[in-house]
Design a protein around this ligand. Structure first.
Ligand code: DLL
Length: 450
C-alpha cells in the first residue's frame, strides 16, 4: 500500500534554520545560553541558590558545556516542595500563562511562562510540525486536551504560526471528532496514540474508514508507544505517524520530534540541553547506550530548570540523520525508570509486553496489565482485545492465540502471564494518556491513587 505522503521535496520552513546549525555554532550558543540560565536561576530563585551553595557551585564556574555536571539535579519532588511558584525566576507580573500537570500526591505541578517563553514554545512547535512535513494549507485537528494540560494549547500556537489551519477540538466526543475529520477535510491530527487508535475504531463503527480520508499526518505523543503501535496506526489509517516528546516541567510538547526519516526524535538543542545518565549513579553513559534523559532549559525565563531528572529512558543516536539536521536524536522513549514492575523478582516493563503482544496476529492494540499478589505470589494477568472473528471461530482458535501470546510474553519478559482474550471494545478507552497497568499489590499503599 502506498502512503498518501508528500514531503514537499525537502522544503523547510525558515524558522527551522536552527535545526541545521553547524555543531560548533550550536555548542557556542548552548554555552552562552546555559551560563545566562544558571546566572538567572542563581540570582532569582532562592531555592536553587541555596541548593547550588550547598553543592559548592557558583554560576561563574561554568566555563564549558561539560561543567554542567557540577550543577545539582532537579527532580519532580522539588516542584512539589516549592509549590506553587517557588521555582519561578521572574515576578508574577511577567508570567502570562500557567499550566499544571497532575502530581501523585494530590497537588499538581505548576509551570509558568513569560511572553518570551510563549515565543520559544511557539518556535519549537512550529519547527516540530515543519519537520514532519506539515505546512501552510494543512488542516490540523488538535485533539490533545486544552486546559491545564500542555498538549492542546502547546500545539495550538505553533501550528498557527506555521500557517496551518487549527481546529481546537480538544479531546473526547469521538462522534464529533470523526464527523469533523471527515467534513472539514482534516489532513493532520494530534492526540495521544492510544486515543487515535480509538478514533480509528470509532470511525469504523460510524461507517467512516480513516484510510479513505485526506488525513496524512499524525502527531502522537504524551505517552509511550511502540514501533508495533506505529505500524498498526500507519496501516489502519494510511497516514504517517510521528512521535512527539515533551514534558510540562521543561515546556510541554516540543522538546523533540521525529522528522520524515522517522528514525529517532530530534531534540531542539538550541533550547534544551540533554544528557543521558546512568539513573543509579548519575554518571554519563557512553553514546548509544540507554540511560535516563536529563534536561536543562536554555531559554526559559519564568521557570528555568537545571538538570531535570525526567525518569524517561532512552539513548542518543549519534549518527547524523539523513534529513541533514545537525541537532541530535534520541531513540523513542522506551520506558520510564519508575514504571518498572517487579514480578516475582523479575524486572518487567510495560513496553516490552506491548511489543510482544502486538507481534501476534489478530490482536488489537488495547490491553491492560493487572498484577495481583495471590498467596504471597505475584501473578500477572494480561487482558487483550482480539478481533471479533477470533470469537466466532472454534474454541481451538482462541486457545491457539492465547498460547501464542503467552509464549510471546514469556520469551520477552521471562514471566508466565495469564492471558485473557476479550472482545473488541471491552477495555476502557482513554481520551488522553492511557492507563495500562493496574498494580493491585499497591492497594495497601497510602500513596496509591487507585
Ligand atoms: O505529556 C507533554 C506532551 C503533550 C508531550 C503532547 C507530547 C504531546 P506531561 O503531562 O508533563 O507532558 O508528561 C510528560 O509523558 O516525562 C514522558 O514520561 C511521557 N511522554 C511524553 N511524550 C512522550 C513520548 C506531556 N513521545 C511525560 N513517548 C514524560 C513516551 C512520552 N513518553
Amino acid at each position: 500500500m502506498s502512503l498518501k505522503w508528500n514531503d514537499h521535496n525537502g522544503c523547510f520552513h525558515p524558522d527551522s534554520a536552527f535545526d541545521f546549525l553547524p555543531g560548533e555554532q550550536l555548542r557556542a550558543l548552548q554555552l552562552q545560553r546555559l551560563r545566562a540560565t544558571v546566572e538567572r536561576t542563581y540570582s532569582n530563585v532562592e531555592f536553587m541558590r541555596k541548593r547550588m551553595d550547598a553543592h559548592g557551585v557558583r554560576p561563574e564556574q561554568l566555563r564549558t558545556l561539560d561543567d554542567i555536571r557540577r550543577l545539582p539535579f532537579t527532580d519532580k519532588i522539588d516542584l512539589r516542595d516549592t509549590y506553587p511558584y517557588g521555582l519561578f525566576a521572574c515576578p508574577m507580573s511577567e508570567v502570562v500563562r500557567l499550566h499544571a500537570s497532575s502530581g501523585t500526591t494530590g497537588k499538581p505541578i505548576v509551570v509558568g511562562y513569560t511572553q518570551g517563553d510563549m515565543e520559544t514554545w511557539k518556535n519549537v512547535i512550529l519547527r516540530s510540525l515543519a519537520a514532519t512535513g506539515m505546512h501552510r494549507g494543512d488542516i490540523l485537528q488538535n485533539a490533545y486536551g486544552y486546559g491545564l494540560f500542555t498538549g492542546g494549547l502547546g500545539l495550538h500556537y505553533g501550528a498557527e504560526a506555521l500557517g496551518a489551519t487549527v481546529i481546537p477540538i480538544s479531546g473526547g466526543n469521538s462522534d464529533r471528532q470523526i464527523m469533523i475529520m471527515r467534513d472539514f477535510g482534516v489532513t493532520a491530527i494530534s492526540c495521544t496514540p492510544s486515543y487515535f487508535i480509538h478514533l480509528i475504531e470509532h470511525g469504523a463503527s460510524m461507517g467512516v474508514d480513516l484510510k479513505t480520508l485526506p488525513l496524512r499526518i499524525g502527531i502522537f505523543g504524551a505517552e509511550p508507544w511502540t514501533e508495533e503501535m506505529r505500524c498498526f496506526i500507519q496501516r489502519e489509517a494510511n497516514i504517517r505517524a510521528f512521535d512527539i516528546y515533551g514534558l510540562s516541567e521543561i515546556i510541554g510538547p516540543g522538546v523533540g520530534i521525529e522528522c520524515t526519516c522517522q528514525n529517532g526524535l530530534h531534540i531542539f538543542e538550541d533550547h534544551f540541553l540533554f544528557e543521558i545518565l546512568d539513573p543509579k549513579t548519575g554518571a554519563p553513559v557512553p553514546d548509544g547506550e540507554e540511560g535516563e534523559l536529563v534536561l536543562t532549559t536554555l531559554s526559559k525565563q519564568a521557570m528555568p530548570i537545571l538538570r531535570y531528572r525526567t525518569h524517561d529512558i532512552t539513548r542518543v543516536i549519534p549518527e547524523q540523520c539523513d534529513c541533514g539536521r545537525s541537532i541530535r536524536r534520541i531513540a523513542r522513549i522506551s520506558r520510564r525508570s519508575d514504571d518498572m514492575l517487579i514480578i516475582r523478582g523479575v524486572n518487567v516493563f510495560p513496553s516490552q509486553i506491548e511489543a510482544a503482544l502486538l507481534k501476534v496476529e489478530q490482536t488489537l492494540p488495547h490491553y491492560q496489565i493487572i498484577v495481583r499478589r495471590e498467596r504471597e505470589m505475584d501473578e500477572m494477568e494480561i487482558r487483550i482485545e482480539v478481533t471479533a472473528e477470533v470469537f466466532s471461530d472454534r474454541v481451538s482458535e482462541i486457545e491457539r492465540i492465547s498460547r501464542r501470546l503467552s509464549h510471546a510474553v514469556e520469551s520477552t519478559t521471562g514471566i508466565r502471564a495469564k492471558i485473557s482474550l476479550v472482545e473488541p471494545q471491552t477495555i476502557q478507552r482513554s481520551e488522553g494518556k492511557a492507563r495500562r497497568v493496574l498494580d493491585l499489590r499497591k492497594l495497601d499503599d497510602p500513596k496509591n491513587p487507585l
